[in-house]
Structures are given as C-alpha cells and as structure tokens.
Ligand binder design. Structure first.
Ligand code: G1P
Length: 286
C-alpha cells in the first residue's frame, strides 16, 4: 500500500459569501483568532504525514503562496527590533513542499482536483477543503490516514447532519459498519431531504486513489451545473474499497458566517492568553 504523501487544497473559490471582506483577498486568509484558515489546513496535513501541499488556486489568490514564503523585509525588521520570529514558524514549509496550479475557471470541485493531476501522479492523495475547520486530537486527517493504513482504498470523512440540510452536502448510501468505518455503497451530491439516501454527509476531507483522475478525464456535469468530486467518487464505488470514517473531531463550517464566528469564539475560549477575557465578555451577555 502506497503511503499518502500529497494533499490537494482546492482554494480557487471566490468567497462570495464573505463579500465585501473577500473582494481583494483570499477567503482562506480569513483568520480564526490569529491564524488564517489555510494555516489550520496545512498544519492538519503535516500532522498526518503529508509532505507535498498542492494548492489549486485562481486569480487574486497570490496571498496564499506569499503566506508560506519567506517575508525577508518583515523578518529583518523584526530581528532588528529584537522581536521573536516564533509567530512565523508555522508559515515556514520545507523547500519544495508547496506547489500551486491554477484552475482558470470555477467549474466545480471535481475539476479543481483534476487540475492537480500531474502533481498527484500515480499515488493516493488527500483532499482538504480549508472551509471545513476540523478540530480534533489527533487531527482529522491523521485519524483518516490511520484508518487508511488498515483498510486502504478510498476514505472520506463523514458526519451526521439534520435531514433538512442534505442539499448542502454529498450524502452517502451506507453499507456495513466496522467501528467508525462505514462502507460507502453510493454517493449523491446535494440531494433534496426527501430524496437523500441517508443523513450521513461528506465533510471536506478525502483520501483518494489516483484512478479518480481517470474518471475526471471525462467529466460529467452534476449538481449546480458543476463537475462534482462526489460524482467521480460515486463512479469508483465497486472498483475499489470505499469507506466513510466518522472522525472524533468538531467541524466548524467556516464557509458560513455563523460557523466562522462560532469557530472564532470556540478557539478563542480554548486559548490561555485571550480565553479568560472572551469568557468574561460572553458571561456578561444576556
Ligand atoms: C463540497 C462537496 C460536498 C461536501 C462539502 C463539505 O460542497 O461538494 O460533497 O459535502 O463540500 O463541506 P460545497 O460546500 O463546496 O458546496
């Protein structure tokens, strides 16, 4: 079984739900407390043993590449002022660990992943959607890699959602249960509640076999008129093992304003430095 060494980060989205904040910069740079969303995603990947980060970007997203580069002027000035460079440590990746490719048109998540095909090559790979902030110990992708090392094949992160929310997610037709693993018998993107095969939803973490790129070579248009990753995965079921893993982690949907604010509050409360003052403020609210 080949190890999972590469992760694809689809970060070409326009971030229209956060306008005007995202008019001139990448939504993945929005901070949860003092770290941008992309930092959490990259940290989770590194904890899971990922060596190669592949960003699928778009126009106006150069801040994402700059963020993981060396900021000479900033560092020189900080050093001259005797300031610690420790807050920048997490932004420093090993040389060559980050590659970027552009998705020229927003044709869907399946198309975004396919844009990374030559970087992925003939290896299993992870996909991380930074909007889905997953907080767990060990991290969400680490838990998935551990499961992958046991059963191989394709593994998607799954969580139960309220039935009225199925039209926001990929939804699983579940098969046999094996602890936290559910056999995936079918997948459908954004079904209406009355048509959803279950309420087990795909969350933004995937471990996929490279053959999915061959499915995406001949894409079909799916939900919302987009090339859906869910449809390509559905076409793989039956040819390779396919499991959903219910991870032990809390998900914050940071593509949504309420989820984004909730994540900020939850992670602020967990901090030793600002937690007490945020807690005191919340306690004073009616
Ligand atoms: C994407 C996927 C969907 C998945 C969701 C998780 O949808 O297409 O299958 O359930 O991410 O966040 P999006 O949120 O980009 O519409």
């Amino acid at each position: 079984m080949k190890p999972v060494r590469k992760a694809v980060f689809p970060v070409a989205g326009l971030g229209t739900r956060f306008l005007p904040a995202t008019k001139a910069f990448a939504k993945e740079m929005l901070p949860i407390v003092d770290r941008p969303l992309i930092q959490y995603a990259v940290d989770e990947a590194r904890e899971a043993g990922i060596e190669q980060m592949i960003f699928v970007t778009g126009r106006g997203k150069s801040a994402l590449d700059d963020y993981f580069d060396i900021a000479y002027e900033l560092e020189t000035t900080m050093r001259a002022r005797g300031k610690s460079l420790e807050p920048l440590a997490a932004t420093r990746l090993p040389p060559g660990a980050l590659a970027s490719v552009r998705q020229q048109e927003p044709l869907g998540l399946g198309h975004a992943v396919w844009c990374a095909r030559d970087f992925v090559g003939d290896e299993p790979f992870a996909v991380i959607l930074p909007d889905d902030l997953m907080v767990g110990t060990p991290g969400c992708l680490r838990q998935m890699v551990d499961a992958y090392e046991r059963v191989g094949g394709n593994i998607i992160c799954v969580q139960e959602v309220p039935r009225e929310k199925t039209a926001s997610y990929g939804i699983v037709t579940p098969g046999a249960l094996d602890g936290a693993l559910t056999e995936v018998r079918g997948l459908v993107e954004k079904p209406r509640p009355e048509e959803a095969p279950s309420t087990l939803a795909v969350v933004g973490r995937y471990i996929l076999q490279p053959e999915i790129m061959r499915v995406l070579d001949n894409p079909t248009t799916g939900a919302g008129g987009e090339i859906q990753l869910t449809d390509a995965m559905a076409a793989m079921i039956g040819t390779q093992p396919f499991h959903g893993l219910t991870v032990d982690a809390v998900r914050y949907d940071c593509g949504d304003k309420a989820g984004f604010i909730t994540a900020n509050i939850a992670l602020a409360l967990a901090r030793d430095d600002i937690g007490p003052s945020v807690r005191a403020f919340l306690a004073d609210l009616d």
